[in-house]
Design a protein around this ligand. Structure first.
Ligand code: AMP
Ligand code: ZN
Length: 140
């Protein structure tokens, strides 16, 4: 299913142009128009879903199947040392386009992109409480 208001569905349907990297019957990868680094690529499943948690496991698996080849090809083409694979889910996480997509962002040592990963330490006992809450939901 596609969503008539979705910009990525329009790209998939060929109604809006993109710079295509890869396409098969289920998956499309194309360059981000506002890249974080050269070669910044977006990977989408052709079925419209908003987030990872609303996407069929098999659709996620199909993306997973092409990801190793795609990331290696992008890294090598850009002569990068590494890459980030990111997926923003929800407004609070920075998702702007509501069609589930992975970002592949080629990285070079000291490129200054994402300089700092904010992190903190759990106080004593807190990690166990949180892990238990999540495990309960998994069991549903
Ligand atoms: P997100 O914040 O994870 O939803 O990221 C959406 C990404 O889509 C941004 O990095 C945009 O630059 C990118 N984007 C938006 N419109 C287009 C388009 N027409 N073609 C390629 N990339 C796009
Ligand atoms: Zn869509």
């Amino acid at each position: 299913m596609s969503d008539h208001n979705c910009i990525f569905c329009k790209i998939i349907a060929g109604q809006i142009p993109c710079t295509k990297i890869y396409e098969d019957d289920q998956v499309l990868a194309f360059l981000d128009v506002h890249p974080v680094s050269e070669g910044h690529t977006l990977v989408v499943h052709k079925e419209h879903t908003c987030r990872v948690d609303s996407t069929e496991p098999l659709a996620m698996a199909r993306i997973g199947e092409v990801l190793p080849k795609l990331t290696a090809s992008i890294q090598d083409a850009m002569e990068a040392d590494g890459y980030n694979v990111l997926c923003n889910n929800g407004f609070s996480a920075g998702q702007v386009v509501e069609h589930m997509h992975l970002h592949i962002i080629p990285r070079k040592t000291n490129d200054g992109v994402f300089k700092q990963w904010p992190s903190f330490q759990y106080p004593d006992g807190r990690a166990a409480v949180i892990a238990e809450k999540i495990r309960k939901n998994l069991a549903l």
